[in-house]
Each structure stands twice: as structure tokens, then as C-alpha cells.
Design a protein around this ligand. Structure first.
Ligand code: DC
Length: 222
């Protein structure tokens, strides 16, 4: 099958909207591949923090992004032979990822890697600009969102479950700041892609969100 005909479902949305869980489960149900594009920005951020790269040096950060030695093995994320699945979820790494993602050269450096995930029988890609920039011709584009309060509660639970410490008030402030940065940057800002279907999951559990996305996909795949 030519690459351009391999179906892609894009699921974009703000941080902690539940898109990772939903995208992963939709991919499982359909037997599709899964791209967690945020993980690529987080891996670049983790590399930069560890190497003490100047976080204002766009060129050096783009070089790091271009030469990431990473692989996705089942649910594990490996960076240069080290399992960093949990390490990239730390708040500091997420905040740094959000900052370096504002640099066009970093985004450009990660484009080819993201496109390479499009393999038969299909792909579910989650991020901020999957539907607007990376896979603009995807047959189904979803914009998954939820209130800041609902997202902060989910992130709090996630962090505690992973053994990190967390404070609700700090999380709310952080989420708001990250939303502002992701939404207001000039390149690939967070916004529903043209033709995206919006799903507000504030009052929904993951099962209901997965069901809705699968129903939408069944309608377009007919
Ligand atoms: O989805 P996440 O929280 O793991 O993403 C971490 C950061 O990476 C997010 O704050 C913005 C950036 N990002 C991006 O700019 N574009 C994407 N497609 C995915 C993530």
C-alpha cells in the first residue's frame, strides 16, 4: 500500500487531556501503530537537560533532536540504551519540552521521524499538530480537550501513581502556563486542525472517549 494511502487518525489536544490513553487504546483496538509525538519533544528535552545544553540555543537543540537515539519497545521508551519511560514524564521535562517545542528548527528536526511512524495497517498519532501540520490529510482528526481542573486532577493522579510528588495548586498553574505557551506560539500552535472533530472529555471516562473515536473512525472508513 502506498504510504499516502495508509490511514492515519490524529488526536491532538492540550496537556493531560487524556489523549495519550485514548490514542493508545484506539490504536490497540484497530491493530494500528501508535505515535506519541510529545515523547519525542520530551526525549529531546531530557537529552538537553542531561547534557546541560543551553535551552536558548535553537541550533544545538535541533541537532540533539535530529540525532536522538530512541526506540519504542512495547510500552517502553529507550534513549541511548536507557529506559527513560518514567523519567520523561517528570514535570521539569514536560515544561522544558514545551519551551523547546517553540523553536522551528527543533520542530523541523523531528518531522521526518514522526512521518516514519506511518506504516500499514494504520497509525494513531497523538500530539499538538498531528492534524494541522504533520498529517494534514488524515481521514480522521480529533481534537481532545477537557477543563483545566479535570486535567490537573488527572495529571495529579498520574504523578502520584508513578511515585512522583505533586501539588494540585502548582499543577494548575503549570498546566495553564503550558497551555498558554502551546497555544500562543507562532509555529504550529495548539488549535483544532481544519476539519477536526472536537471531543470534550471533562465529564467522560476513557472508555467513552475511545468509543466515540472508534465510532467516528468507523463512519469515515466506510
Ligand atoms: O503531550 P506531551 O505533554 O507529552 O508534550 C510535551 C510538550 O511537547 C508539549 O507541552 C508541547 C510539545 N509538543 C509539541 O509541541 N508538539 C507535539 N506534536 C507534541 C508535543
Amino acid at each position: 500500500m502506498p504510504t499516502s494511502q495508509i490511514p492515519v487518525i490524529t488526536i491532538d489536544g492540550p496537556t493531560a487531556s487524556g489523549k495519550g490513553t485514548v490514542a493508545h487504546r484506539v490504536a490497540d483496538q484497530l491493530g494500528f501503530h501508535y505515535l506519541d509525538s510529545g515523547a519525542l519533544y520530551r526525549l529531546t528535552a531530557l537529552s538537553a537537560l542531561r547534557r546541560e545544553t543551553d535551552l536558548a540555543d535553537e541550533h544545538a537543540l535541533a541537532k540533539l533532536a535530529e540525532h536522538l537515539h530512541c526506540s519504542f519497545q512495547g510500552g517502553d521508551i529507550i534513549l541511548s540504551h536507557e529506559n527513560v519511560t518514567d523519567a520523561i514524564r517528570a514535570e521539569e521535562v514536560g515544561n522544558t519540552a514545551s519551551k523547546i517545542a517553540t523553536f522551528p528548527a527543533v520542530r523541523h528536526a523531528l518531522t521526518g521521524l514522526q512521518l516514519s511512524f506511518r506504516k500499514a495497517p494504520g497509525l494513531v498519532a497523538d500530539g499538538r499538530d498531528m492534524g494541522s501540520v504533520i498529517f494534514p490529510h488524515a481521514p480522521l482528526k480529533v481534537f481532545l480537550t477537557a477543563s483545566v481542573q479535570a486535567r490537573a486532577e488527572r495529571r495529579y493522579k498520574q504523578l502520584i501513581d508513578k511515585g512522583f510528588s505533586a501539588n494540585m495548586q502548582d499543577l494548575l498553574v503549570d498546566l495553564q502556563a503550558r497551555d498558554d505557551r502551546d497555544t500562543n506560539r507562532t509555529i504550529a500552535p495548539l488549535a483544532p486542525a481544519e476539519g477536526a472533530l472536537v471531543l470534550d472529555t471533562s465529564e467522560m471516562n476513557a472508555d467513552q472517549a475511545v468509543e466515540q473515536v472508534l465510532a467516528w473512525y468507523a463512519a469515515v472508513a466506510k
